[in-house]
Design a protein around this ligand. Structure first.
Ligand code: PRX
Length: 657
């Protein structure tokens, strides 16, 4: 844990000509304010915040009912509202010309600003098109779109109808897309002809076509023209976005939904092979998204905010779409990569669009740090005030580089901890109030009471200088409500492991001053470049290969991507092919095909056998130790069936094949 403490940076001090931070000037201000959001103050805090932050078409009278025991929390339940109205109409009425979206296309030099007025018209048109396709309140609409600004339109059009969006990251394979469309019971998909990223073209519609071969219930596909290259269009099923939106009026009344009606489903990986459809509801989720953008990024009215994530993940949902738009500021949709056409792309974007907040992942920071600071030279980054990090623990070296080279030691660096399931940030510095320590997400957000528990006994570890598993003591509005179609799984994963608490699945420590340091997952989840993958999911993909008998997948520390995937397989006796480089390639391709390119193992080894207990259970712990370079500290091997297997694995690992 880092012992260096960075004071509040100059740009976050009041009286410097920049907006005065919402919370400051010191940690006492934060502590006082936080104390008024928990315990006996909890409900009155959330009641006031919900009324001030969101527009309710129908008021609520109850703040919270239910709890962790049954997983039946309900927030603001009598309330009625519409997510899209809150994100768009409110600002379009006040100031239709204000920029809602800054779109930076993949092709350098191609960018566009979309005003709130224009966004409202485009959203209404798409909502009317969807309505004509039969979409109504409560229906699940799948979205498989690259990072164009139209993706934001698609989200909001679905929400405007009170329908539920299920966004599937456009890097997922046809098979993954198929499974998610079927699980969500969608009958409509919104997609594009192709996608562009880093100068490459992605065959989006082809992937959708392949997926839909096995989704008989999908009867309408709305296709955005992104590149204009010819694609297959199935008559009676596939419709062009530009043609359909030209037929309808640009206004559509928002459908008022109950606060607890679902807003979206988002699939994420857990410790089993089957992805979970995490369900977020409307009122509570929107409140968390809005408040965290306001306080964690210290957003003010004229800010031009950018989150460089993909809308296909929760970070994009909350911090590209909902959070910034709920605050009425300008949000950025960045289609490219940090290194296209060169490693100055981010800084070119910051300078060109005069961005005030910038939010990315440690993996991008590490990559840019490695490529050298000369790529920042000559770029004017002086508009920035708050720079954020999310998705994985940020190592102090990367934190320092970000602070020095990007923030010029004048910006706040916010290391924000949260998850798909938490809906919005739950632990993070308040930029004008909390001095930072590199590698620490510092202190909880309003209303959140994190605890550290003994992983074995579940006992609360009180005080400072403790380490254990991270859980949360009280419900908060933006937490997930269930796993789509499987509430038992929701309870088993999050609420039952440590009764009375929400369990995050992460390990964490609190240092001598109460700063929280996140240590990473304690379950079978691997975090590769901020992408969350389950070992079981990758193993299942490998086993689908006809020659593979068994597979074991473990995470390895990686300088650039945080963790990388190391896969170990055995072949069936009847497998007649040769065990060579081609087989390794074929098996890697298998994972790309079943899950998506981002899930491909970095190393893959074919071995004679895997280490197992006498009862046949694969001992991944042993492989994990060997690939971590700790093959000489394997500990107790008394339960191991055949000790010779370990030598074979060590040998293969040493040879790198
Ligand atoms: O392990 C934690 C890590 O990412 C996991 C959540 O992944 P996902 O649901 O995909 O959401 C990613 C974006 C919020 C967590 O369980 N994680 C996220 N943020 C941090 C982090 N680990 C350390 N520090 C963070 N700031």
């Amino acid at each position: 844990m880092s012992s260096v403490t960075h004071p509040i940076p100059t740009k976050l001090k009041a009286g410097n000509g920049l907006p005065t931070p919402h919370i400051g000037p010191d940690i006492d201000a934060y502590k006082k304010a936080h104390a008024l959001t928990t315990g006996e103050h909890r409900d009155s805090f959330w009641e006031k915040a919900a009324k001030e932050t969101l527009y309710w078409h129908r008021p609520f009278s109850t703040v919270l009912t239910g709890g962790f025991e049954h997983g039946d929390t309900a927030w603001f339940q009598e309330g009625g509202l519409n997510a899209c109205y809150n994100c768009v109409d409110r600002w379009a009425i006040q100031n239709p010309d204000k920029t809602a979206i800054i779109y930076e296309a993949d092709e350098p030099g191609h960018h566009q600003e979309i005003s709130y007025g224009e966004l409202l018209r485009e959203v209404c048109k798409v909502a009317n098109v969807l309505k004509n396709m039969g979409v109504k309140k409560g229906d699940v609409v799948s979205i498989y779109l690259p990072m164009t600004w139209h993706a934001v339109v698609a989200f909001l059009a679905v929400a405007r109808l009170g329908a539920v969006h299920s966004v599937i990251f456009a890097g997922f394979s046809a098979e993954s897309l198929r499974d998610r469309v079927i699980d969500g019971k969608s009958t409509v998909i919104i997609t594009s002809d192709e996608g562009k990223r880093g100068g490459k073209t992605i065959a989006t519609k082809n992937i959708v076509d392949a997926a839909l071969k096995e989704c008989p219930d999908v009867n309408n596909v709305l296709v955005l023209q992104r590149t204009g290259n010819p694609v297959n269009m199935q008559q009676g099923r596939d419709y062009w976005w530009h043609e359909e939106t030209a037929k309808v009026v640009p206004y559509c009344a928002p459908e008022i939904v109950s606060s607890e009606d679902p807003l979206f489903i988002l699939y994420t990986s857990g410790s089993t092979g089957k992805p979970k459809g995490v369900v977020h509801t409307t009122g509570g989720y929107l409140l968390g998204a809005a408040l965290t953008v306001k306080y964690v990024f210290d957003v003010h009215e004229n800010d031009r905010y950018a989150c460089m994530a993909d809308v296909g993940w929760i970070t994009g949902h909350t911090y590209i779409v909902y959070g910034p738009l709920l605050n009425g500021v300008s949000t950025t949709v960045f289609e490219s990569t940090p290194v296209y056409p060169n490693p100055s792309r981010y800084w070119d974007v910051v300078q060109k669009h005069k961005l005030t907040q910038f939010y990315t992942a440690p993996t991008a920071i590490r990559l840019l740090r490695r490529l050298g600071k000369e790529h920042l030279q000559g770029y004017d980054l002086s508009s920035l005030r708050v720079i954020g990090s999310v998705g994985e623990p940020i190592n102090p070296e990367a934190w320092d580089w970000y602070n020095e080279e990007v923030g010029k030691k004048e910006c706040a660096v916010v290391d924000t901890y949260w998850q798909t399931e938490t809906g919005s940030i739950i632990i993070s510095p308040m930029p004008g109030a909390i001095p930072c320590k590199p590698g620490s997400a510092t202190f909880p957000f309003w209303g959140v009471e994190p605890v550290i528990l003994d992983p074995v006994t579940g006992h609360l570890l009180e005080g400072n200088d403790v380490e254990g598993v991270l859980a949360v003591k009280q419900p908060w509005p933006s937490m997930a409500r269930t796993v789509f179609g499987d509430h038992a799984r929701f309870l088993d994963t999050y609420l039952k492991p440590y009764p009375g608490y929400y369990f995050t699945g992460d390990g964490a420590g609190r240092d001598h001053e109460g700063y929280i340091f996140i240590k990473g997952r304690v379950d079978d989840v691997i975090n590769v470049s901020g992408h969350r993958l389950s070992t079981a999911e990758i193993e299942s993909a490998l086993i689908l290969h006809s020659g593979v008998a068994e597979a074991a997948v473990v995470g390895v520390q990686d300088e650039l991507t945080g963790q990388s995937i190391s896969a170990w397989v055995t072949m069936k006796p009847e497998f007649k092919g040769s065990v060579d480089e081609n087989l390794v390639k074929e098996l890697t391709l298998q994972v790309r095909k079943v899950i998506g390119p981002f899930a491909a193992p970095k190393s893959l080894y074919v071995v004679g056998d895997l280490p197992k207990t006498r009862s046949g259970k694969i001992m991944r712990r042993i492989i994990r130790k060997i690939v971590a370079g700790e093959g000489d500290q394997l500990g107790d091997l008394s339960t191991l069936g055949d000790p010779a297997v370990v030598d074979d694995i060590k040998d293969k690992f040493a040879k790198g094949q």
